[in-house]
Design a protein around this ligand. Structure first.
Ligand SMILES: C[S@@+](CC[C@H](N)C(=O)[O-])C[C@H]1O[C@@H](n2cnc3c(N)ncnc32)[C@H](O)[C@@H]1O
Length: 274
């Protein structure tokens, strides 16, 4: 591995560029991470320093460099059945409420924003199937800014780390295991549509307007207050009246927005658009 130093002034420029493009704010303590992850790109592209890389980023027009940058700076940690208390509230409280609010029996629209490699939207789909809902009753979208994770999501083949919290009954029914890999059943795989969506870009988010439930978990932590406010406001616009926003258990909208009504359901906070 090349040992190319990232000067503080170039780090600042890179940090500002990343912030402007995707809302992620890289703190000084994470400089080493950027240095490590981007060094690999420099090496592959035979660039001599980070200043050359910054130029390449700014002048490249086809979006590939930006995509690669997003892959490098995002944290994609996820797994099936993450934060189960919230998932049970989704399955047993929120879904019945949304259904009872609808005048006509329409499809429910559920969006897993920043879904990484798909474990979250697929978990939601399995839970709805288990509750006896038919695939025609809901549409589920999964989105992320990173192309690479979206490709994995579409493949729907997972390792043992991803499936470690899957309840046995679900594992038997919805996965086929070969060695160390777990392939998701086609019925669940086909029930989720994946899209590339940058959460701080209103032209992107408006594609998922009229959602009934939005999961936006474990991504706001990477944003500063201003980006969090922007994302919260864009997601608000994407929800139907009465719809719910669910964020990660370690995240909060306190001091970010007052637009939502925080409902406490079985000790879980669900933000409702009223
Ligand atoms: C830690 S994962 C969370 C995955 C899943 N929601 C969960 O809780 O398990 C965070 C994801 O947010 C995505 N992300 C970061 N910034 C984003 C942005 N501006 N727009 C959309 N997705 C973004 C990353 O690519 C990453 O896959």
């Amino acid at each position: 591995m090349l040992n190319i130093l990232l000067a503080d002034s170039t780090f600042n420029e890179l940090r500002n560029y990343i912030y402007e493009k995707c809302g992620i704010y890289i703190t000084d303590t994470k400089k080493y991470l950027v240095e490590n992850r981007l060094s690999r790109i420099l090496q592959e592209k035979n660039l001599n320093n980070f200043e050359e890389y910054l130029k390449l980023l700014k002048y490249s027009t086809n979006g590939n460099e930006l995509s690669r940058l997003f892959d490098a700076v995002t944290t994609n940690e996820t797994y099936f059945f993450r934060e189960p208390d919230q998932l049970h509230v989704f399955q047993n409280e929120i879904i019945p409420r949304i259904i009872s609010q609808k005048r006509n029996p329409q499809q429910l629209k559920i969006w897993s924003a920043a879904c990484s490699s798909g474990e979250e939207p697929y978990t939601l789909s399995m839970m709805l199937h288990e509750k006896g809902y038919h695939a025609k009753q809901f549409e589920i979208y999964g989105s992320d800014i990173s192309e690479t994770v979206l490709q994995s999501a579409k493949r729907a083949v997972y390792n043992s780390y991803s499936v470690r919290n899957v309840p046995v009954a679900y594992a038997r029914k919805y996965f086929s295991c070969t060695g160390q890999t777990y392939a998701l059943d086609e019925s669940i795989k086909n029930s989720v549509k994946f899209m590339k969506i940058n959460l701080i870009d209103d032209k992107n988010t408006r594609l998922l307007r009229n959602s009934d439930i939005i999961f936006c978990r474990n991504v706001l932590i990477y944003f500063d207050v201003k980006s969090k406010q922007k994302v919260a406001s864009l997601l608000y616009d994407c929800l139907n009246p009465g719809g719910y926003l669910l964020i990660g258990a370690s995240e909060s909208l306190h001091n970010i927005t007052r637009a939502f009504r925080p409902n406490i359901l079985n000790k879980v906070i669900a933000y409702q658009k009223v």
